[in-house]
Ligand binder design. Structure first.
Ligand code: NAD
Length: 471
């Protein structure tokens, strides 16, 4: 039985003041794997004090010094990349292919921050003023369970690039992954207090970070509802906030799209990370003239969406992270049926031979209308809604008729045509003819998908405060 009972403050593993524990349960078979001791408000106070003290000197480091620290971080994480991937498969239940990508994303984000620093100017001119971009202060970093270490590495490496120090609260569902990452970061030998990690519940540790007067900024990834709570709490001390929240991404197949490539891509987009992805393409928008072709091709290509043991190479969809998440997805599948959508593939219940874990059948609804709740709300599981449109204007209107605006996908035989449509979509990123990612490109949401941007120079600026000096 695994027992994790340390947090990380001021360069050392230390016992938390909090004594409550959280059961770590395998999503693959629901067996108890161990317990995580949870921190409390007192632990947050200690972590913030360490980060505040470290900020005094870390904020004055040179770009070259910070590049050196990021390189050490990169090397330490890279040395244990396979272990980080495997623990994510075991604890979270992500497919091995997804988890490998996630570890790679963690590394890429650190490397990208080194590249950004090599080009970035911390001094600018505006009119007669010289503008200095200064580190904002201690950053509070709060992350979800669906790519835990990747989010921590991306946010922490950006904070370090800016000269900020950090207090991190990972998801309580990611205790084992956090512990291994902490071992890597400890080995990296960053100055004491630059990063501090307090495990704990959102309404205890997360709330204490949100309220703390010595935290200047919060970078949060998670659900829109929690993001709103954090934004409300953060305003009391006027914290800067970056919120990366939910999505209900449209995937528009234009009339001229090559369906033989677009449909396998649509399945990958909808079911990536077992459907537990904020950027999942969960609304497939299809020209009415091609709907029968699309329905047929979805059935023919469904073998891509293999559900099973996440450690096996050909698995695309592992279990949902928790029983609670499994129940939530089941409720939405039931809701889709009750709302009158046509169940085309999958449906309620567990796939055969996978009854012990939180496995869901990859599900496709057709004849979905955009006013149905399954088309409006983030399900966070492998459920795809197919919506037909009559012409391109209607496709764009449906794509934009959502509270969210994180990512969108457009497929067309012509890149020029797809780009014309992309310019009319209200989303932080639009991917044309494929699943693409560039860690230099800004990432973040329009509307209720969030506030601010991460990655590249845009992400770095979110940790900086401009100061104009006028002579
Ligand atoms: P969540 O909002 O429940 O939790 C996220 C983090 O916030 C956890 O660490 C949690 O403990 C903490 N938290 C909970 N209540 C809090 C409070 N009152 N104050 C401060 N912190 C609190 O989200 P989740 O279930 O862990 O993750 C799934 C959600 O994350 C989905 O909605 C998904 O869309 C979103 N997400 C967004 C992105 C993105 O980049 N936009 C990426 C991944 C996931």
């Amino acid at each position: 039985m695994i027992s994790i009972n340390s947090i990380y403050i001021n360069g050392a593993f230390t016992a938390p003041h909090g004594t409550a524990t959280f059961d770590l349960i395998s999503p693959i078979d629901n067996t108890l794997q161990g317990t995580l001791t949870l921190g409390d408000e007192e632990d947050v106070n200690r972590a913030v004090a360490a980060a505040k003290a470290a900020f005094q000197t870390f904020s004055k480091t040179t770009v070259e010094q910070r590049i050196g620290y990021l390189q050490k971080m990169y090397d330490a994480v890279s040395r244990r990349a396979d272990e980080l991937t495997n623990i994510m498969v075991q604890e979270y239940g992500g497919s091995i292919r997804f988890c490998r990508n996630s570890t790679q994303n963690a590394l890429n984000s650190i490397r990208t921050n080194i590249e950004v620093l090599q080009q970035f100017s911390f001094t600018r001119h505006a009119g007669k003023a010289i503008v200095h971009l200064e580190p904002v202060g201690v950053a509070g970093i709060i992350t979800p369970w669906n790519a835990s270490n990747s989010f921590i590495c991306a946010k922490l490496s950006t904070a370090i690039a800016a000269g900020c120090t950090a207090v991190i609260k990972p998801s309580e569902l990611s205790g084992r992954q956090t512990q291994l990452l902490l071992e890597c970061l400890h080995e990296a030998g960053l100055p004491n207090g630059v990063f501090n990690v307090v495990n704990g519940l959102g309404n205890v540790v997360g709330a204490a970070i949100t309220a703390h007067k010595d935290i200047a900024k919060i970078s949060f990834t998670g659900s829109t509802i929690t993001g709103k709570t954090i934004a409300r709490g953060a305003v009391d001390t006027m914290k800067r906030i970056t919120l990366e929240l939910g999505g209900k991404s449209p995937n528009i197949l234009l009339e001229d799209a090559d369906l033989e490539t677009a449909i396998p891509m649509a399945i990958q987009a909808a079911y990536m990370n077992s459907g537990q992805a904020c950027i999942a393409g969960t609304r497939l928008l299809v020209p009415a003239s091609r709907i029968e072709e699309v329905k047929q091709l979805l059935k023919e290509n469904m073998d891509i969406a293999r559900v099973g043991n996440p450690a096996e190479e050909d698995t695309l969809i592992g279990p949902m992270v928790s029983q609670k998440q499994y129940e939530r997805v089941q409720q939405y599948i039931q809701l889709g049926i009750e709302e009158g959508a046509e169940l085309w593939i999958g449906g309620p219940g567990k796939p055969e031979h996978l009854e012990a874990g939180n496995f869901v059948k990859p599900t496709v609804f057709v004849n979905v209308t955009n006013d149905m709740r399954i088309a409006r709300e983030e399900i966070f599981g492998p459920v795809l809604s197919v919506i037909s449109y009559s012409d391109e204007d209607e496709a764009i209107a449906i794509a934009n008729d959502t509270d969210y605006g994180l990512q969108a996908y457009v497929s067309s035989a012509s890149d020029e045509h797809a780009n014309r449509v992309a310019t009319q979509i209200r989303a932080g990123r639009v991917l044309i003819n494929g699943l693409k990612h560039d860690p230099m490109a800004p990432f973040g949401g329009f509307k209720q998908s969030g506030i601010g941007r991460e990655y590249g120079a845009y992400g770095l600026e979110a940790y900086l405060e401009p100061k104009a000096i006028l002579n």
